[in-house]
Design a protein around this ligand. Structure first.
Ligand code: PLP
Length: 393
C-alpha cells in the first residue's frame, strides 16, 4: 500500500486537515473493525462463554507479543497500562523514596511527566531537578552531567518532547546515568510509531508509551517496559487478582507473577488491546524507518518554508537528526491561541496549543500529504500578510 492509499483506510482524514497525531492518532478502519467485531462477539455469546474467553485470552497474548516485538522487548517485560501517565505513575510508585532523593526531569515534559514527581516532592520530600533542554545534544548531555549528584535516584525524561518534538540523545543519557548506577525512565509517548524504537539498544530501565498516538490505536491503551533487573525491585503500588501467581485462602499468603503482568492488577479492556494490535499490524505494512524518512522530508520542507515567512519563530530543532514529526512555532503578528482558532475556522486545520514555549504545534505523519502541507503553509502566509497589512507593516 502506498502512503496515499492509506488515507482511504482512515476516513477521519477527509473531515479535517489533521495535523494532530501527537495528541491522538486517527484510527484506521481495521482498528475500529476489530473493536466492533470483538464487542459484537462478546455481545452475542456472552462475556464468559468459553469461546469468548479463549479468544480474548489469545488476543491479549498476541497483543502483548506484538507490542513487545515493536519495542525490542520480550512479552514478560511489558505491562499493559491504560496510558503513558499510568506507566510513569507505576514507576514513581515503585521506589522507596527518602526525603532528599533527587529525580531529574526536563523543562519540556508533559504535565504527566512532571506531576508524579512534584507530587512526591510534596508528599515524600523528593527533590525535582530540571534539565533545561536546548536544540544541541552535546549541550544537553553536559547540562545533565552538571545536575547529577550522589542523591540522584532516577532520570525521568521524554524520548521525544511533546512541546517541540525534540529527540533526546537517549542512548548517551542512559550510558551516563548507568555509569553512576542511576536508572532511566523514558516517556515514549511521542516516539513509538514515529520511528523504530528498541529499548535494549537504548539501554533504558523503564519505557512508558501509549497506543493512541502514533500507533493509531484506540484511546486508553498504553504499555510499560520494565528491564528484567527491575521486575523484582520495582515495588507494586497497585495490586489485585491480576498480580498474583499464587494466593492461599487459608493463610492469605501470596506470591506475585514474575513477569511485568504483575502490574496489571484488575480487569482490562481486552478488546482495546486487540484493536491496538491491529493498528500496529496496519503500520507494519511499512518499515518504520521508511515512515520516519518520509516524515523527515516533509518536516524539513515545512520548516524551510515557514522560515521564509516574516515573523515566524520555530521552536522545534532544525537539525533533521534531532527532529520528528512535531513542529512548534509562533507568529509575531498573532497570538498562538487565535492562530489555532483561525486555522480551524478557515481551513479546518487541526493542531494543538503548546504552553511552554507558547506556540502552535502541528504533527506531520506519514499519511500527511504534500497538498495538505501546502494548504497549511499558504494559510499561514495569508494570515501573516493580512495581519501585517492591518498593522501597517
Ligand atoms: C510526552 C507525553 N507524555 C505523556 C502524555 C500523556 O499521555 P497519556 O494521556 O497516554 O497518559 C502525552 C500526551 O500527549 C505526551 O505527549
Amino acid at each position: 500500500m502506498k502512503f496515499d492509499q492509506v488515507r482511504e483506510e482512515i476516513p477521519a482524514l477527509q473531515e479535517s486537515l489533521y495535523l494532530n497525531t501527537g495528541t491522538f492518532g486517527p484510527m484506521p478502519r481495521v482498528v475500529v473493525e476489530e473493536l466492533t467485531r470483538t464487542y459484537q462477539f462478546i455481545f452475542s455469546k456472552g462475556p464468559f462463554h468459553p469461546v469468548v474467553k479463549d479468544e480474548l485470552t489469545k488476543g491479549y497474548l498476541k497483543a502483548r507479543e506484538r507490542v513487545a516485538r515493536l519495542i525490542g522487548a520480550v512479552p514478560q517485560e511489558v505491562a499493559f497500562t491504560r496510558n503513558v501517565s499510568e506507566g510513569i505513575n507505576l514507576v514513581a510508585g515503585g521506589f522507596d523514596w527518602k526525603p532528599g532523593d533527587e529525580v531529574i526531569v526536563t523543562d519540556q515534559e508533559h504535565e504527566s511527566g512532571l506531576l508524579p514527581w512534584f507530587h512526591l516532592a510534596r508528599t515524600r520530600g523528593l527533590q525535582v531537578k530540571i534539565l533545561t533542554l536546548t536544540n544541541s545534544h552535546p549541550q544537553i548531555l553536559s547540562r545533565l552531567m552538571d545536575l547529577l549528584t550522589s542523591r540522584t535516584r532516577l532520570l525521568a525524561l521524554s524520548h521525544v518532547t511533546c512541546n517541540t518534538g525534540l529527540r533526546l540523545p537517549v542512548e548517551e543519557i542512559c550510558r551516563i546515568a548507568h555509569k553512576k548506577g542511576i536508572p532511566v525512565l523514558l516517556d515514549g509517548a511521542q516516539a513509538v510509531g514515529q520511528f523504530p524504537v528498541n529499548v535494549k539498544e537504548i539501554g533504558c530501565d523503564f519505557y512508558a508509551a501509549c497506543g493512541h498516538k502514533w500507533l493509531l490505536g484506540p484511546m486508553g491503551v498504553g504499555m510499560l517496559y520494565i528491564h528484567p533487573a527491575y521486575l523484582s525491585q520495582l515495588q507494586i503500588s497497585q495490586i489485585g487478582w491480576g498480580s498474583f501467581s499464587t494466593f492461599d485462602w487459608e493463610t492469605y499468603e501470596y506470591t506475585l507473577k514474575t513477569s511485568a503482568e504483575r502490574y496489571e492488577y484488575g480487569t482490562r479492556a481486552v478488546p482495546l488491546y486487540m484493536a491496538l494490535e491491529k493498528g500496529i499490524e496496519f503500520l507494519s505494512a511499512w518499515d518504520l524507518q521508511e515512515i520516519a524518512s518520509r516524515v523527515a522530508y516533509l518536516v524539513s520542507y515545512t520548516k524551510d518554508r515557514l522560515l521564509q515567512i516574516p515573523g515566524v519563530r520555530i521552536y522545534s530543532p532544525l537539525d533533521p537528526a534531532l527532529s520528528t514529526g512535531l513542529i512548534t512555532f509562533s507568529l509575531e503578528v498573532i497570538p498562538s491561541e487565535e492562530l489555532l482558532t483561525l486555522l480551524w475556522s478557515r481551513w479546518k486545520i487541526l493542531g494543538r496549543l503548546v504552553k511552554k514555549p507558547d506556540g502552535v504545534r502541528i504533527s506531520i505523519a506519514f499519511f500527511t500529504q504534500e497538498a495538505e502541507i501546502e494548504v497549511f503553509l499558504q494559510g499561514i502566509e495569508k494570515i501573516v500578510a493580512e495581519r501585517r497589512k492591518t498593522h501597517g507593516l
